[in-house]
Design a protein around this ligand. Structure first.
Ligand SMILES: [Zn+2]
Length: 320
């Protein structure tokens, strides 16, 4: 199984259009004491057969992410209109996770996998996504229940990828949450995935508010972990913006602190541990910072755009 990280930042990317925080400023122009790599918004693509690819979420940067990834380019064949991208698993209805579906609207058949909560928000509350249903065969939507095991078929017949789903939060995106707080419609609002191919497993958990014992056990069975690294501290945005919500209120467990994800996952033995979905304000993105050093010393890595992993043959980087 090949796993490509096409984007690794949280919503807004790095730099973000309206931000001049230390990281965003340094990503635009080098500054002494700050070393920050620009990043596009989180996007992962996986393949079991080297020919067809499944996207994990669809980021707002998807079009440019496809263009810098030759494996995802259209290949001329019987038909000029062709794509190796055959489907997408959607873990939440956040703008960052679904906006890129609009880049895939040009009448190309697409398999979409999501919970009912996510599908209903996309299909029933946002008429713009009817662009994905201009023809009956354009979109084939498979609904899964939280906790379900789904199989992502491979068109080449070389084998399928099995995907185990689990709940990691219940927050609806702001645009859909008004008037439906605490409704059972929130079941399946935010999901994590453990993706299995043969004896290899990796976890993709871009949004998690709390790491339970059950989640820890799932993660410890994996070879590779890509998990929520959005915020360093709970009050990170409040301090930078002068107000707003905490990391946890936004559905993201912070990385640092006694109850943060590094501490919570200290007991993991098996997986290579990598943070993904970093907000541009996160100080650990600065490779000269003490926070970066702390993350690396704890045995963690920070995802970068363009990195590929191959399972099971090697967990180390294929390209960088
Ligand atoms: Zn910024």
């Amino acid at each position: 199984m090949r796993i490509k990280i096409l984007g690794s930042a949280a919503g807004g990317g790095l730099p973000q259009w309206n931000c001049s925080c230390a990281n965003c400023a340094a990503a635009r122009a080098p500054r002494a004491g700050i070393r920050v790599r620009p990043r596009t918004q989180t996007q992962v693509a996986i393949s079991a057969d080297n020919r067809t690819w499944t996207l994990l979420n669809c980021s707002p940067d998807l079009r440019s992410q496809i263009e810098v990834t030759p494996e995802l380019h259209s290949q001329p064949g019987n038909n000029f209109r062709q794509s190796p991208i055959t489907g997408a698993v959607i873990t939440s209805a956040d703008v960052d996770c679904i906006f890129g579906l609009l880049h895939l609207r040009e009448q190309q058949p697409l398999n979409i996998y999501s919970t009912a909560a996510v599908r209903d928000i996309i299909r029933n509350e946002n008429s713009i996504f009817e662009m994905l249903e201009q023809a009956p065969e354009q979109t084939n939507w498979t609904e899964f229940k939280p906790g379900a095991r789904i199989e992502i078929g491979s068109q080449s017949g070389i084998g399928s990828i099995v995907c185990h789903t689990f709940t990691t939060g219940s927050d609806l995106p702001y645009y859909a949450g008004k008037g439906r707080k605490s409704s059972s419609a929130n079941d399946g609002a935010v999901m994590g995935l453990v993706i299995e191919r043969g004896n290899s497993k990796f976890a993709f958990v871009p949004g998690v508010r709390e790491i339970t014992h059950e989640i820890t056990e799932r993660l410890d069975s994996c070879d590779l972990l890509l998990i929520d690294g959005t915020f360093w501290s709970d009050d990170e945005l409040i301090r930078i913006q002068g107000g707003g919500r905490t990391a946890r209120e936004m559905g993201h467990l912070p990385v640092s602190g006694a109850t943060g994800s590094i501490e919570r996952l200290r007991g993991l033995r098996r997986p290579r541990k990598i943070f993904i979905h970093m907000n541009n304000t996160n100080p650990m993105l600065n490779e000269e910072s003490k926070e970066y050093r702390q993350v690396r010393d704890a045995g963690w890595e920070i995802a970068e755009d363009g990195t590929e992993f191959v399972l099971p043959h090697q967990i180390s980087r294929a390209t960088s």
